[in-house]
Design a protein around this ligand. Structure first.
Ligand code: SIN
Length: 288
């Protein structure tokens, strides 16, 4: 029987209905993967699965990242799982990953092998909010004028690790430095050709502070314009989480943002696997 899909928004996203991700056949997975490429993000509801099953399903999309670039945020027993949680650490100290994703980004863009896709599982969800917003970066590129497309064709945006830590005063600059040592700045093409669809997508986000060869002052107006353009309401889907949702997104043609739109005294606990992509970009020496 053909896969049952329900569009989530005009811009992107589809819910795959009536599927248990632990029982997907080879043929069904082929259809799931095609739907993933066509829709940018897929939602699977009511998946009450174990960590092992989360990892097994994720592996069907490709080899998994063991999160060496983010060692503090990975699960101590499952390196393939990245924690995004505000549950305090066993010693009572606040979790470092509670502000993960609070800026527009595409996963692992600050590494030489940015991610193909990510699978995020909602485990504890606040009563209201804690939503994730996704933007369709094909649409963002395709709706630019020909003049703008020409202007940005050869630009590379310098993707910085640690920007989230800098933004979090409780963690601060020392951790940001640690992140930068682990992940030196990488220049990524601003226009990326999707290796499977062949379509062009904008590749930017809030981790980019400047373009390679230009100063921050020179770069910022254009970065701000492109990010604002990419995240227009028409190009986004806002996901309201339910417990046991799995959302998988294609990091090569979408970007996303975790909203802090919830009562932070309530728990939000998410677990993410990250599928490795193909090499992209180059390391840059100086950062200003
Ligand atoms: C992430 O950026 O991977 C996490 C998104 C979220 O927690 O909503």
């Amino acid at each position: 029987m053909a896969l049952q899909l329900r569009k989530l928004s005009y811009a992107l996203g589809a819910e795959v209905c009536g599927i248990d991700v632990t029982k997907v056949t080879e043929t069904q997975f082929g259809e799931v993967y095609d739907a993933f490429l066509d829709n940018g993000i897929l939602l699977f509801r009511d998946q009450d699965i174990t960590r092992e099953q989360h990892i097994d399903f994720s592996r069907r999309f490709g080899e998994l990242d063991r999160h060496d670039a983010l060692p503090r945020d990975r699960h101590p027993d499952y390196p393939e799982i990245l924690l995004v949680t505000n549950e305090p650490n066993p010693d009572g100290s606040p979790s470092e990953s509670r502000y993960t994703g609070r800026q527009w980004h595409s996963d692992m863009s600050f590494t030489p092998v940015p991610s193909l896709g990510s699978l995020l599982r909602g485990i504890t969800i606040p009563d209201v909010g804690g939503d994730t917003v996704f933007a369709n970066m094909y649409l963002a590129y395709e709706t630019l004028s020909d003049g703008m497309k020409k202007m940005i064709a050869d630009l590379h945006g310098i993707q910085m690790a640690g920007t989230r830590k800098i933004a979090n005063p409780e963690i601060g600059a020392s951790r940001a430095e640690e992140q930068l040592k682990l992940n030196p700045p990488i220049a990524q093409p601003v226009v990326r050709v999707h290796p499977e669809s062949g379509r062009k997508a904008l590749y930017l986000g809030d981790k980019v502070k400047r373009f390679d060869g230009l100063t921050e002052e020179e770069s910022q107006p254009l970065i701000k314009y492109l990010n604002a353009h990419a995240t227009r309401f028409e190009f986004i889907y806002r996901h309201q989480w339910r417990r046991n949702d799995i959302v998988v997104w294609d990091n090569r043609c979408t970007m996303h943002l975790a909203l802090g739109d919830f009562d932070e005294t309530q728990r939000r606990h998410m677990e993410r696997t990250t599928v490795l992509g193909t090499p992209s970009g180059y390391v840059v020496e100086e950062t200003t």
